[in-house]
Design a protein around this ligand. Structure first.
Ligand code: CUA
Length: 338
């Protein structure tokens, strides 16, 4: 060891410099969205520890390898073998114990972080979330409001109780650093406290079928006053206008993920100008889009598929999910889109 002291000193200095450089480089090139919740700060704290460790181990390995390759290379005319070293008990104990300690410490920090992220907060506001193929609905039990966008007051601790009627989805908001699966038959929970006003996006983070990529919804973080105003506005909406009710149903039940109202072709036929149209069907027949056809298309979508659209995409359960009144309102809404 003694004759290598100078080499070890040089390598140690290079490892320290490499660690500092790699740590800086990783923090610079890794793009992270803004931290917009209490949970985001907690998660990023954990991430920073991991980045520092990654930088250290990367430098440790690369510096040792590069130093050996360059400094101990075979010079011209050198034909002999290198020193043969067999077994080094101290080294073996060290390289077993050090990673063990690191992994245990990271495990403890991880557990503490998870506890902090999921700890119940005082004055939590509960929002019920339904994620389905392919939309999100947010219901506020305190006020009875149901909406296709989530609106929350800034600095208000939120508890989401989430359900899925069909397949597994995942509630993910990058700026909040939270991600939680929705599992059919269970209620899953996730907590966050937004710390910045602004508009963020829930994205479904679990592949869930044809329109998975469209399964997004806005999350608006607003001031307490703006939130109260929104609650007033939502509560004042007239429920006796069938077209308005139909529009609400379309927004909250996910219809608009697949059916545009402006003529754009999405996963399913557009609703613009649909009523009264002659549609060619996959089986060669032609139908006139009237109330009766729209009704059948909602409750039994695969019976009469419009030519050029694949069967089996539209959920089959709208006859159970929607009330008779909601189906009629939806038809009125589609009729209004001329
Ligand atoms: Cu829901 Cu992907």
């Amino acid at each position: 060891m003694g004759k290598y002291r100078r080499h070890f000193t040089v390598v140690a200095v290079l490892v320290v410099l490499g660690t500092v450089f790699m740590d800086w480089l990783l923090r610079t090139v890794l793009y992270l969205p803004p931290e917009a919740s209490t949970q985001a700060r907690i998660v990023d704290g954990l991430l920073r520890i991991h980045i520092a460790l990654i930088a250290f181990f990367f430098s440790l390995i690369v510096v040792f390898v590069a130093y050996s390759v360059i400094v101990f290379r075979a010079r011209p005319g050198e034909e002999g073998d290198g020193d043969f070293i067999h077994g080094h008990t101290t080294l073996e104990i060290v390289w077993t114990a050090v990673p063990l300690v690191i992994v245990i410490v990271l495990g403890l920090i991880g557990a503490r972080t998870l506890n902090e992220m999921t700890a119940p907060q005082p004055n939590e506001m509960v929002i019920q979330v339904v994620g389905r193929q392919w939309s999100w609905t947010f219901t506020y039990p305190d006020t009875g409001i149901t909406s296709s966008e989530m609106v929350v007051p800034v600095d208000q601790p939120i508890l989401l109780k989430m359900e899925s009627p069909d397949v597994i989805h995942s509630f993910y908001v990058a700026e909040f650093r939270i991600k939680q699966d929705l599992v059919p038959g269970r209620v899953t929970e996730v907590r966050f406290t937004p710390t910045q006003t602004g508009v963020f996006l829930v994205r479904c983070a679990e592949l869930c079928g044809t329109a998975h990529a469209d399964m997004r919804a806005p999350v608006r973080v607003v001031t307490q006053e703006e939130y109260q105003a929104w609650v007033q506005e939502q509560s004042a909406q007239p429920a006796d206008d069938p077209v308005a009710l139909g529009q609400k149903v379309a927004e909250t039940q996910g219809c608009l993920a697949c059916h545009s109202i402006d003529g754009t072709r999405l996963v399913g036929p557009t609703w613009q100008g649909l009523f009264g149209k002659e549609e060619a069907l996959e089986d060669g027949r032609t139908v006139t889009v009237d109330e009766a056809y729209l009704y059948r298309a909602i409750v039994d979508p695969d019976a009469e598929i419009v030519a050029g659209f694949p069967p089996g995409v539209m959920p089959q359960n709208y006859g159970e999910v929607l009330s008779e009144e909601e189906i009629q309102a939806l038809i009125e809404y589609i009729k209004s889109l001329q």
